[in-house]
Design a protein around this ligand. Structure first.
Ligand SMILES: Cc1ncc(COP(=O)(O)O)c(C=O)c1O
Length: 385
């Protein structure tokens, strides 16, 4: 066991090639970051009205091909608003993978809706559309045009597929199932800026999608996020609801609904504009790093580096090492020896369905997710490597 863990540590070391502490990620600021942030401060427009906010949105539109981008204070806020714009309300159920980051489930909970956990596919780490179809055909029935969970009697209003570590979900298969049951789709694209599904950027395969620019993402605005959509009305609503639902007027304060103060400040957007200018470089570096990891691991038995699905071109945001079945026992030893050697590694998230606040939520058979939870380890993935 110890031997195997050490062999894996050596393989990681051969790629990382440095002795000092190597984190999973760290932002890289080697472009116009300081110049733009300084310019933003000097302009006095540091809050949500400012040239940089519009510029970042335009750059996102151009890069992703989405017609509209609305930048927000973080990715969780982008998810929250996207759910509201899909008419998810209190007591609805929202499907999502159990294997996701907590924000997906939190955003649903903010509305008073219930996360309903579904299974992922081992080859994509994303929602398994075929199993989902079989499951829904068994547990739901259509009522007044909506999919209803026969047991809870709640409406299953939406699904939030998540592009794990940047690797796109099979969106065509998923959308077919969602359409069959009249379920709205929101892509949690928090991790997948720079990833393409069948040649089209992630975030363009559903009504709405959410991106994150947290410090650990492929580009960062410090904290920040964005909603992408190709629907003009939804884009206008997104902008409205994230700016306290204020009706534009030179001096009057009128608001036509309860909105949120979720708009990204210009100071953060200035950082984002400088980061977007380097997007191609970051994606190239991450893809090259993934290839080097694959090469280093190709002859090591019992473990592989996760590879993008055939239909996708991924940003390889976060590298993942997957132990073969039967090798689960070395996981903790591996975490120990790598972290002891200054190489940061960490297991994939605890399944949402196991967390105290979500353990009573409905769920399907999660045997693949449960197995992956014991076998996936994230490895240093900084573009500087
Ligand atoms: C899958 C997923 N969803 C949502 C989020 C939320 O983004 P943020 O941290 O910007 O709120 C993140 C990242 O942090 C994430 O990884």
């Amino acid at each position: 066991m110890k031997n195997k863990a050490n062999t894996i540590k050596q393989a990681l070391k051969s790629v990382i090639n440095q002795d000092n502490f190597t984190p999973l990620h760290a932002p890289i600021f080697e472009g116009n970051e300081i110049a733009y942030v300084t310019d933003c401060i000097e302009s006095n427009f540091v809050s949500s009205v400012g040239e940089y906010v519009n510029r970042l949105e335009e750059m996102l539109q151009e890069y992703t091909g989405a017609k509209y981008a609305v930048v927000t204070v973080n990715g969780t806020a982008a998810l929250h608003v996207s759910l509201i714009l899909c008419d998810v309300v209190r007591d609805d159920e929202v499907l999502m993978p159990a294997l996701t980051f907590i924000a997906t489930a939190n955003a649903v909970s903010y509305i008073g809706a219930t996360p309903h956990f579904v299974e992922v596919d081992e080859e994509t780490l994303g929602v398994d559309a075929k199993k989902l179809d079989d499951y829904l055909s068994e547990i739901s029935s259509m009522k007044d045009g909506f999919c209803v969970n026969k047991q809870s009697r709640k409406r299953i209003k939406a699904i939030v597929p998540m592009h794990t570590f940047g690797h796109p979900v099979d969106m065509d298969a998923l959308n077919t199932v969602a359409k069959k049951y009249n379920i709205e789709v929101i892509e949690d694209a928090a991790e997948s800026l720079g990833s393409f599904y069948k040649g089209k950027h992630t975030g363009n395969h559903a009504k709405l999608s959410a991106i994150s620019f947290n410090g650990n993402k492929i580009i960062t605005t410090g904290g920040g996020g964005a909603i992408l959509t190709n629907d003009e009305v939804l884009a206008q609503k997104a902008k409205h609801i994230t700016t306290t639902a204020k009706i534009p007027h030179k001096w009057e304060f009128n608001h036509d609904m309860i909105g949120f103060n979720y708009r990204m400040p210009a100071l953060n957007a200035a950082l984002g504009v400088a980061q977007m200018e380097q997007m191609d470089k970051f994606v190239r570096a991450k893809r090259a790093l993934a290839l080097r990891y694959m090469e280093a691991f190709k002859d090591i038995e019992g473990v592989k580096i996760f590879k993008e699905p055939k239909y996708a071109q991924s940003n390889y945001w976060l590298g993942a090492l997957i132990l073969d079945k039967g090798y689960e026992d070395i996981r903790d030893e591996l975490l120990q020896v790598t972290n002891d050697a200054n190489i940061m590694t960490r297991p994939i998230w605890t399944l949402m369905s196991k967390l105290e606040m979500f353990k009573e939520c409905p769920k399907m058979n999660l045997s693949v997710s449960e197995s992956l939870e014991k076998r996936v380890i994230n490895i240093p993935s900084g573009a500087w490597l």
